[in-house]
Design a protein around this ligand. Sequence first.
Ligand SMILES: NC(=O)c1ccc[n+]([C@@H]2O[C@H](COP(=O)([O-])OP(=O)(O)OC[C@H]3O[C@@H](n4cnc5c(N)ncnc54)[C@H](OP(=O)(O)O)[C@@H]3O)[C@@H](O)[C@H]2O)c1
Length: 290
Amino acid sequence: MSDQRVVLVTGASTGFGRLTAEALARRGHRVFAGLRDVRGRNQRAAAELAALEGADLRVVEIDVTDQASADRAVTEVIGAAGRLDVVVNNAGGIFVGPVEPFTAEEAQRQFDLNVFGALRVNRAALPHLRRQGAGLLLQIGSLSSRVTVPFSGLYAASKAALASLTEAWHDELAPHGVESVILDAAPYPTNIGANATLPADQERMGAYGEALGGFMAAITSPQQANPGDPAVVAEAVVRLVEAPEGKRPRRTVVAPAAQFEAVEALNRVADSAAVAVTADMGIAAFVSAR
Ligand SMILES: NC(=O)c1ccc[n+]([C@@H]2O[C@H](COP(=O)([O-])OP(=O)(O)OC[C@H]3O[C@@H](n4cnc5c(N)ncnc54)[C@H](OP(=O)(O)O)[C@@H]3O)[C@@H](O)[C@H]2O)c1
């Protein structure tokens, strides 16, 4: 295809990342599917992806918690394709439980994956994107960055941090022709729940047993048990990748209708606040139009 993009997707072994890599490849884009541990835990996923018929898809090894690994992956993409148009920062995971039982070291691991992971990959990619004068950094965020619910506070905080970084990148990189956007997804059935990390301190965890039990019963109740199709996230990523350069929305919400409307309304208010605050601070010229 003439407007083929070269795309690196991190965390492409399962879930949104896998669906996104496959959807982009089926659309004719040149996809580098980023997987960690391709000779171990992800050997099978790597083989399946590499065998995708009629697709220009290549597996690259990347562990986003390791800067050298991120650097190597980006170097491999540039070496093979000569350029890099889009980075989809999808790799992530969730630490589940009340905030108290988690140690600071455990909390750091949540941020290391969900926040510093994207920071490392973008740091590796940005010199190339700035040199090209074009490119897209697309972070996979969560509605929980806007609406924090209990028992996933570390996760929500990490996604809020990722959203803040995305906004800063957006304005800092606009003069370089590089876009930074975030896609905030509602909960969809992937491997994220099965891969969730719990706090090691079970004694403190036990103090929250009753409330946590009630919460879990509420969110898994028959009224709530209508999981959507995670493919809608991959489809939204494809639309953002194929959108005209410079015209992509800073935040995209992918969620069931009621949640979508509510968070879009919140985003509009946040945009108005950004306009008013930056005007009052005398720095409106440094932020992009809302
Ligand atoms: N599903 C939801 O409800 C939901 C909602 C909003 C946002 N999100 C976000 O969507 C993204 C994808 O999650 P998912 O729901 O698709 O879950 P998933 O199926 O568990 O996929 C997570 C992916 O991240 C990879 N990963 C984990 N640690 C990594 C590391 N250190 N380096 C590289 N890759 C790593 C995993 O690889 P391994 O197979 O090797 O573990 C896997 O490919 C995450 O950022 C998540 O926070 C999910």
